[in-house]
Design a protein around this ligand. Structure first.
Ligand code: DOR
Ligand code: ZN
Length: 344
């Protein structure tokens, strides 16, 4: 097979940033994906309907007019989130979902949730509305090893939350472990999970290959090889609980190559093509459409896209740098060859 055609995919987890970075990165997502779930962790988190509507306008203004793209906005959950504000945003079609960052888990999460019990009134309201909760699934307890934080979160936080609010729709975002895969497989249809392209490609050795590799540092951090293989089996299985979410998370090169480098991998310039390559390697190209274009909309109760895109088996080189008005960005797999190319 040298060309595959599928319904235009969606990206169920992106960081589009703001200002100069937004203008530089948004076209990479919009060239491949019809819709994207946009993370709310701006420097000033997107906590209100008005802030999300204004951010959505800035995203649309950053794109060429001929690119049809729908940003799906999210609300940043805090201990003080107001159930009325969240419900109003969902009813008015501004908020597609709510994002839970445990406080201090990752980039711009200082205003995240310190104790999930404080958010029960919001979560109960969301459950009644059928509004999804998107979860950064890592505990922040410094006593827990960084490579165990996802598995411990599943056990300590997610499982009890699902027992308490069994009808709440939850997406466990950017899963990185076999424990998360198994938990999702064992749960009912209210739980789904996104899987990034980079966690299908690298394991934790890649962070230290020949020296420290700051551009491969993200959160949750890549795990052992056995976990990467479990993620590849889950993504390529066709199981409707797993869908595409790149977690493309650009930071300027100077902020990555730093004494305290930022977490995040900027995969948007080649993300769809890398997923295609992974599915090809797993002899599962016939399941790429389910993962990239069908399972996500089904979970979010949205129609699948009618438009089609084609990918060709044709090697190309990922650019070394992507310039922005604020400085350069380094894409995932910069300078390396990817074996599939998006047509058009
Ligand atoms: O690596 C990451 N980068 N993980 C996250 O959870 C946040 C993201 C970011 O916004 O930079
Ligand atoms: Zn993210």
């Amino acid at each position: 097979m040298s060309t595959i055609t599928l319904r235009r995919p969606d990206d169920w987890h992106v960081h589009l940033r703001d200002g100069a970075l937004l203008r530089a990165v948004a076209p990479f997502t919009a060239r491949a994906f019809a819709r994207a779930i946009v993370m709310p962790n701006l420097a000033t988190p997107v906590t209100t309907v008005a802030a999300a509507a204004a951010y959505r306008s800035r995203i649309l203004a950053a794109l060429p007019r001929d690119l049809a793209f729908t940003p799906l906005m999210t609300a940043y959950l805090t201990d003080a989130s107001d159930p009325e504000e969240i419900a109003r945003g969902y009813r008015d079609g501004i908020f597609a979902a709510v994002k839970l960052y445990p406080a201090h888990a990752t980039t711009n999460s200082a205003q995240g949730v310190t104790d999930i019990a404080r958010t029960y009134p919001v979560l109960e309201r969301m459950m009644a509305l059928g509004m999804p909760l998107l979860v950064h699934g890592e505990v922040t307890d410094p006593a827990v090893d960084v490579f165990d934080r996802e598995a411990v979160f599943v056990e300590r936080v997610l499982a009890p939350l699902m027992r308490r609010l069994p009808q709440l729709k939850i997406v466990l975002e950017h899963i990185t472990t076999k424990e998360a895969v198994d938990f999702v497989l064992g749960a009912g249809p209210t739980l789904g999970a996104t899987i990034t392209a980079h966690h299908l490609v690298i394991n934790r050795n890649a962070l230290f290959a020949g020296g420290l590799r700051p551009h491969l540092y993200c959160l949750p951090v890549a795990k052992r090889e056995a976990h990467r293989l479990a993620l590849r089996r889950a993504a390529t299985s066709g199981n409707a609980k797993f869908f595409l979410g790149t977690d493309t998370a650009p930071h300027l090169v100077r902020d990555k190559e730093h004494d305290c480098g930022c977490a995040g991998i900027f995969s948007a310039p080649a993300a769809l093509e890398i997923y295609a390559q992974v599915f090809d390697e797993e002899q599962a190209l016939d399941r790429l459409e389910a993962f990239a274009s069908l399972n996500g909309p089904r979970f979010y109760d949205l129609p699948a896209n009618e438009e089609r895109v084609s990918l060709m088996r044709q090697a190309w080189q990922v650019p070394l740098d992507v310039p922005t008005e604020a400085g350069a960005l380094r894409p995932f797999l910069a300078g390396e060859e990817v074996g599939w190319r998006l047509a058009g």
